[in-house]
Design a protein around this ligand. Structure first.
Ligand SMILES: Cc1cc2nc3c(=O)[nH]c(=O)nc-3n(C[C@H](O)[C@H](O)[C@H](O)COP(=O)(O)O)c2cc1C
Length: 418
């Protein structure tokens, strides 16, 4: 910067020196900030000037202050490390801004944003320090309130995460704990929730010594509401007679109950869960019963793709099936279908989280792709094939990740009959 410009900055045009001084004095008097000047050439670097703003801020009069070191504003809760930073700055003749707790003359504390700047003479020696004090108590209070709110939010968040984890654990415990041990038939499943809590459920279990129930269910949405609904359904579709919709009382049977046909199960559930506009929840279901004698699979689809049939010799086929999702249409009717499995055949039940999984370009994984993947994995053991399938869908989704729960339930008839 040129000398001329510098001079203009420190002079007020057209005013006489004494008028300029008075102008600066009144400017300093009206500023809200405290302005102080100390003289380091005197013992203990005392204040030699304080403006009216300083008096207003601290309650000390100019007479109280002049001749004293400004540390008298400090008190029991003033942070000693911050005072040390001021001390270092003065010693090193550096500019510094700190925030520290100070006390007014009447003893009330206030937060002071203090900046200290050394003033140098033409030879570059420090002759004075200028201190500017601002009351930032309100800002500090707001910051503290924000910190408290954040802390509360954090602990509420932690509590919710713990609750979700506990709920997810309960939900995992509803998955079949082990595959039914049936000679000649292998069962396997893979379950991949997209959130902590899933809206998908699946199960495989014996209805009696000759029949195995298999289902995959996809409750609309995912998260807490869907998971709660899924847990309710899990109870209603229990393979233990009692309140299960899979059985009906029958006095003619020695057990006192009979197995309900899949299409009737869908109809019963559809009556039990009419569409509720408050929750807007419904679910899709693929439910079937495998007859262990004939290896026929009787199934019903309610709003889901049919099972995928993988004959030992031949291409996988999507046994397309139709039927309204449960809870959407009170008059919906459900049709039972059957597929006969031969030794070496596989059958897959999947939710749409697999076929409708989208990649970064918004393209769906699709049924054709799924059939191709199943075909490629047909020589892998069922368990391995299932996990590979999920892995393949995950890598299809890439960075966008899976946005829906995905469930696969599969069974295979052994090549050699037991
Ligand atoms: C111009 C000037 C203004 C100051 N204003 C304050 C102040 O408002 N509040 C405060 O706590 N300390 C203030 N100080 C700092 C103290 O005067 C002192 O330098 C600090 O406590 C560290 O030194 P000590 O260890 O000798 O106390 C100021 C210092 C100077 C030079």
């Amino acid at each position: 910067m040129q000398e001329g410009t510098k001079r203009q900055q420190t002079r007020t045009e057209g005013e006489r020196p004494e008028e300029q001084l008075a102008l600066r004095e009144s400017a300093l008097a009206v500023t809200a900030e405290g302005v102080t000047i100390s003289d380091p050439s005197q013992p203990d670097n005392p204040i030699i000037y304080a403006n009216a703003g300083f008096e207003r801020l601290t309650g000390y009069s100019i007479d109280d202050v002049v001749g004293r070191n400004c540390r008298f504003l400090q008190g029991p809760d003033t942070d000693t490390a911050t005072v040390q930073r001021i001390r270092d700055a003065i010693k090193n003749e550096e500019e510094r801004t700190v925030q520290l707790l100070n006390y007014r003359k009447n003893g009330t504390p206030f937060w002071n944003r203090l900046s200290i700047t050394p003033l140098r003479n033409a030879a570059g020696e420090v002759t004075h320090f200028v201190g500017v004090q601002s009351d930032i108590t309100d800002q500090k209070r707001a910051e503290e309130a924000l910190r408290q709110v954040n802390k509360q939010l954090e602990s509420a968040n932690e509590r919710m995460a713990r609750d979700l984890e506990a709920a997810a654990e309960i939900q995992r415990s509803l998955l079949p704990s082990s595959a039914p041990d049936i000679p000649g038939v292998t069962f396997s499943w893979a379950f991949r929730p997209c959130d902590e809590l899933a809206g998908d459920i699946l199960n495989v279990g014996p209805l009696d010594s000759g029949h195995i129930a298999l289902y995959v269910i996809d409750v609309s949405g995912h998260g807490v509401a869907s998971a709660l609904f899924a847990v309710t359904l899990c109870r209603l579709l229990s393979v233990i007679p009692g309140e299960s919709s899979l059985f009906a009382p029958d006095e003619e049977e020695p057990s006192g109950h009979r197995i309900v046909k899949p299409a009737r199960v869908a109809e019963k559930l559809n009556r039990q869960f009419p569409f509720d506009p408050r929750t807007r929840q419904y679910f899709t279901m693929l439910y079937g019963v495998l007859d262990l004698e004939t290896h026929q699979f009787h199934y019903v689809s309610a709003g889901q793709a049919g099972p995928v049939f993988v004959p030992q010799q031949g291409q996988p086929v999507d046994l397309t099936s139709s039927g309204f999702p449960i809870g959407l249409l009170s008059s919906a009717e459900y049709e039972e279908r059957v597929v006969a499995l031969a030794p070496g055949d596989r059958l897959y039940l999947v939710t749409d989280g697999i076929t409708e999984a989208e990649n970064e370009q918004g393209q769906e994984f699709g049924m054709a792709h799924f059939l191709g993947a199943i075909d490629r994995m047909r020589n892998l053991p069922l368990d391995e094939a299932n996990h590979e399938l999920i892995r393949e869908v995950e890598s299809w989704c890439g960075n966008v990740g899976m946005r829906d729960d995905a469930s696969i339930l599969a069974c295979q008839i052994s090549s050699e009959k037991a």
